[in-house]
Design a protein around this ligand. Structure first.
Ligand SMILES: [Zn+2]
Length: 244
């Protein structure tokens, strides 16, 4: 009871503070997202770091086997991915990233830039600082972010079903402890093991159109109890029990 009252009081105080701050604030000011804000419309021919930021968010919206480059160049493949993203979220699918597209992305991302349905903690149950893998901690964490955006796309395409991640980034020590391969993509931070529902085969099949170059599932040794997805530079899919 006390907690509820104090919370109410707190929201009232915040409301009042907001009202005071609101005086003199510019109405209709451009959206400032706490993660990243785009300041221009992007379309084919655009280039720059804002294009790369966009590519990270739409890389899960590709065709089977395709992997979008994070190269900062808004080419035909980026336009096609933006179109798929727009269509998936009920926006006008013109392949041009303007305010409607950015607003949807803002709604889909948290302040730490992770997509709303995934967290860094879910992608790293090994240690707190992403160290000890096959790449630098910063690279491992950045790779995990890219994987999360692909999973967000896959989750939406599956009908907004929650996806359960049993393992993501692993340091060499964590990887050895679970008997992972010495060349495992988990050491790079871009791998995720999916459990729960939908079925492992459904997950493996769906992953093909969301930018994962490595998919291992039922029928592949040691993968009957989860589906593994990752971004391996050497593409390899194997889930024989699922027709993959
Ligand atoms: Zn795995």
């Amino acid at each position: 009871m006390f907690r509820r009252v104090s919370r109410l009081l707190l929201s009232f105080v915040m409301l009042m503070a907001g009202a005071v701050v609101g005086v003199g604030a510019t109405a209709g000011a451009a959206h400032a997202d706490s993660c990243y804000t785009w300041n221009r419309t992007l379309s084919q021919g655009s280039s720059g770091s804002d294009v790369t930021q966009l590519q990270i968010r739409v890389a899960g919206w590709v065709t089977s086997g395709e992997r979008l480059s994070y190269d900062g160049q808004y080419g035909a493949r980026t336009a096609a991915a933006v179109k798929k993203f727009q269509a998936a979220y009920g926006l006008a699918a013109d392949g041009v990233a303007g305010s409607a597209t950015f607003s949807k992305i803002y709604a889909l991302q948290d302040a730490d830039c992770t997509p709303v349905h995934f967290t860094y903690a879910e992608l790293n149950k090994c240690n707190s600082d992403w160290s000890g893998g096959a790449v630098s901690a910063a690279t491992a964490k950045a790779n995990a972010l890219k994987t999360m955006w692909k999973l967000e796309a896959m989750r939406h395409a599956l009908g907004d079903v929650p996806l359960t991640i049993s393992s993501g980034f692993r340091s060499r020590a964590c990887n050895s402890a679970v008997g992972g391969s010495s060349t495992s993509r988990h050491l790079y931070g871009d791998a995720a093991d999916l459990t729960g529902s939908p079925s492992f085969c459904r997950l493996a099949q769906q992953a093909r159109t969301h930018g994962f170059s490595e998919i291992l599932g039922p029928g592949y040794p040691d993968h009957n109890d989860h589906t593994h997805v990752a971004l391996d530079p050497s593409p390899y899919w194997s889930a024989p029990n699922c027709g993959i």
